[in-house]
Design a protein around this ligand. Structure first.
Ligand code: WT7
Length: 655
């Protein structure tokens, strides 16, 4: 079968998938969510959120103000209240008599396991908080975290929250260069890392990237706290580097949380935008925590006493922040944390974990589901998955075919699937079905959560009628919304609030179907989504042109069956730099070094010219046509129309 016929068949499947899944009667009876939430929240959104914040969180000083939107686009929620995020995630569960409940079932890639109860977690976060303080970290100081998926990652985030030191987690797959810019931008005072972690059956080093990052230029980093995970050799800078097991294990396990104002910054998390420089999205404490807890409880129908929840994300992404650390722990959940890859040692590793811990709620990404589809049904079929009762999806639109497979093969034709739309910026889930309430439509995120106001608008910002398409916007402030881009208020306003006046522009295309349900259609800006990870075309182009042999580069995201999109780059080499054996491999490695392996182009095409308009703008649309093996669209605005023929001839060369 040719690739083309596969694509058109797939497309047909998508268009003809009209099965609907109303909630089962048994599920409805026991569901946390109920239909009355919608009218209640719509009638008085602020009052609704205030109720959620009071009910789901423990406040040191109760708030009396709910929303202050007097200085848009910077919102203030629950501003006169004080609380501590770590206390809410840990201590209060111990105080309520749940100290023996398992918080984390940790499963290391090599097969080692650890169990941490809420009481264990309280001791660990207290020790770590004392250690951070002893190393000079004060309330308000920023701490960079560069760790594998091990329990210390959760402990590190919570210890920062405990002393009111905003954390800035950098995904372990990012390069030293990327780590350096993030440490510098946030003026981090301390870095928490590990010697390495396990990936695909082998130790993979992390500490050298921290050493390289700090060698790239002066920073405010006084100490590097190093967890020993793999036991591999590490270079050591005396006076700066400190072992976690020396500093933390020997610290007192008694610690009083620092009560902070609701608007105290909780964390910064960098994400790619349309320009080269990553944006430090920052979130504050009270509103963020309230919406994380609320959404986690209702969207996943969590029953803390009986469920075993597992989110397969990495803590390096916002999904890990909100739905491994803050949401589930604030709700007192028991969860699984897995360090490694889904196919180590075998392609059934995930399903083995589901069976072993009797996982009841699974939250993962469409790219992972499609990978499992490719591997075959025999891997999940070899395990008892009957404990599963809710499945979640996040990161990119889930194609109905993958949705149906997820439901049938993983969910035993039984479980609801919640397709959750949100972003690093929104902090928590915004659009999603509610299990037990919503009749599910494969491929659609469907409905804004109670308390959330979203719409689809046209170019002028007018809501489109049902059946119409346009841009996804959020029309009212929400508790977990970003409070800005770290150190750059103007960029915050420009990026999100200038496209349509007074409303938040998400950067996604969407349509409303005949029932008014929302279908996400992917980014409308120069942001790609590769395996649910956001990458900026401009950032990869800058990385490519920083290589001495590259004169010009254009990057596009081409549709990919497994990863959603794949990075395809078109480069013009410098005069005299003829394409030689190895150039392309060298450029791919260069991008990995500059940004991280996730940004490595799938394909690099060396070209003589790039398609540009008369004003010099690269027409990426045409390059995308080439990269997706389509007939090239309207090229009449090109300065030189023959350019596309040459480029199209080159695409099928192996690279
Ligand atoms: C972008 C945000 C939210 C955590 C993971 C990604 C896309 C996310 C969905 C979904 C369609 C989705 C959007 C969004 N996206 N979830 N359920 N359906 N698209 O966070 O890196 O901030 O990326 O991911 O394009 O804008 P992120």
């Amino acid at each position: 079968m040719t690739e083309d016929s596969t694509t058109s068949e797939t497309l047909e499947n998508l268009l003809t998938e009209d099965r609907r899944f109303p909630p089962g009667a048994d599920f409805v009876t026991q569901a946390n969510a109920h239909a009355e939430l919608y009218p209640w929240a719509a009638a008085d959104p602020a009052g609704f959120w205030a109720d959620q914040a009071r009910e789901l969180l423990t406040w040191q000083q109760p708030f009396t103000e709910v929303l202050d939107w007097s200085n848009p686009p910077v919102a203030r929620w629950f501003a006169d209240g004080t609380l501590n995020a770590c206390y809410n995630a840990v201590d209060r569960h111990v105080e309520a008599g749940h100290g023996d409940r398992v918080a984390i079932h940790f499963e290391g890639e090599p097969g080692d396991t650890r169990t941490l109860t809420y009481a264990d977690l309280q001791r660990e976060v207290s020790r770590a908080a004392n250690a951070l303080t002893a190393l000079g970290v004060q309330t308000g100081d920023r701490v960079a975290i560069y760790l594998p998926m091990i329990p210390e990652a959760v402990v590190a985030l919570l210890a920062c929250a405990r002393i009111g030191a905003p954390h800035s987690v950098v995904f372990g797959g990012f390069s030293a260069e990327a780590l350096h810019t993030r440490i510098e931008d946030a003026d981090a005072k301390l870095v928490i890392t590990a010697d390495g972690g396990y990936r695909r059956g082998a130790p993979s080093a992390l500490k050298p990237a921290v050493d390289d990052a700090l060698a790239k230029g002066p920073t405010d980093v006084a100490h590097v706290l190093v967890v020993r995970r793999t036991g591999q050799d590490v270079a050591w800078t005396e006076g700066r580097d400190v072992w976690w097991h020396d500093a933390v294990d020997n610290a007192s396990d008694q610690h009083t949380p620092v009560w902070v104002e609701a608007e105290h910054p909780l964390f910064i998390l960098y994400t790619s935008g349309t320009t080269g420089k990553p944006k430090g999205i920052f979130h504050t404490t009270g509103g963020y925590l309230a919406q994380c807890a609320y959404s986690h409880l209702n969207v996943f129908d969590l029953k803390p006493e009986t469920d075993v929840y597992w989110c397969t994300a990495d803590v390096g992404w916002v999904t890990g922040h909100s739905y491994i650390v803050y949401g589930p722990l604030t709700n007192g959940a028991t969860q699984v944390m897995y360090e490694g890859t889904p196919d180590t040692p075998g392609r059934d590793r995930w399903w083995e974990i589901v069976e072993k811990y009797r996982v009841s709620i699974l939250y993962t990404a469409p790219t992972a589901i499609r990978t499992c589809m490719k591997w075959g049904e025999e891997f999940p079929a070899a395990h008892d998955l009957s404990s599963l009762r809710v499945l979640g999806s996040v990161g990119e639109p889930i194609n109905p075919e993958a949705w149906m497979w997820y439901r049938r093969v993983i969910g035993g034709d039984r479980t609801p699937i919640v397709d959750t739309w949100w972003q690093t910026e929104t902090g928590a889930i915004m659009i999603s079905p509610l299990p037990g309430v919503t009749t599910l439509k494969p491929g659609s995120a469907q409905t804004p959560l109670p308390g959330i106001a979203a719409d689809v608008v046209d170019d002028e910002g007018h809501p489109v009628p049902n059946g119409g398409g346009g841009y996804l916007v959020l029309t009212k402030p929400w508790p977990a919304m970003l409070r800005g881009i770290w150190g750059d208020l103007e960029r915050f306003k420009d990026t999100y609030w200038s496209r349509f006046s007074g409303i938040y522009f998400a950067g996604d295309g969407a349509k409303k179907d005949e029932d008014g349900d929302i279908w996400l259609l992917g980014r409308v800006d120069d942001v790609m989504n590769v395996s649910g990870h956001r990458l900026s075309t401009t950032e990869i182009e800058s990385a490519l042109v920083s290589h001495p042999s590259v004169a010009e580069a254009a990057v596009v995201g081409a549709t990919d069956e497994t990863t959603g999109q794949a990075v395809v780059a078109f480069v013009i080499l410098r005069g005299g730099n003829e394409e030689v054996e190895g150039t392309v491999a060298e450029l791919r490695a260069h991008v990995a070094k500059e940004i991280g392996p996730i940004a490595k182009p799938r394909k690099i095409l060396v070209v003589q010219e790039l398609p540009k308009t008369r004003s010099g703008k690269i027409m990426r649309r045409l390059l995308r046509d080439v990269a997706e093996h389509r007939a090239v669209g309207d090229a009449t605005t090109l300065a030189d129309a023959s350019v596309m023929d040459l480029i199209a001839q080159g695409i099928d060369k192996p690279a």
